[in-house]
Design a binder for this molecule. Structure first.
Ligand code: ZN
Length: 135
């Protein structure tokens, strides 16, 4: 019996690897990297807990529960990705546009950048509000 055959048999009926596993492993290495400078035992313990949880998930036979965790993680991860993309876009547009929240409906508005005081009209709720662009 070769190694891969035995590994496949061992993993049969177990959850295995998903994106959350990789995220936990990356988190573990980040913590370990930070702790190689700080050398604090709470960080060390958190690192052990993180890698322990990652391994527990890989070997877990409760596939349904692990899938739910994996999906919940991906949902949050996608939210973060969307936010990051938004901030990147805002940063790229910083010279030509300014971004303000509508005080009534809380929509984020992308407005052409002109110095001074203006009145902005929210396209969603038609609320008018003053804005001031300093630079
Ligand atoms: Zn509005």
């Amino acid at each position: 019996m070769n190694f891969w055959y035995r590994l496949t048999r061992f993993m049969y009926g177990r959850y295995g690897v998903d994106k959350l596993f990789y995220a936990l492993v990356v988190l573990y290495f980040i913590l370990t990297g930070i702790n190689s400078f700080l050398r604090l035992w709470p960080i060390y313990l958190v690192g052990l807990a993180v890698i322990g949880f990652a391994l527990f998930r890989v070997l877990s036979r409760n596939i349904y529960k692990r899938q739910r965790e994996g999906q919940a993680f991906e949902k949050q991860w996608n939210k973060i990705k969307t936010k990051c993309r938004l901030y990147k876009k805002r940063f790229e547009d910083r010279k030509t546009h300014c971004f303000r929240k509508c005080p009534r409906c809380k929509a984020m508005l992308r407005l052409p950048k002109r110095k001074g005081r203006h009145t902005a009209v929210c396209p969603r709720c038609r609320h008018e509000f003053p804005i001031r662009v300093l630079f």
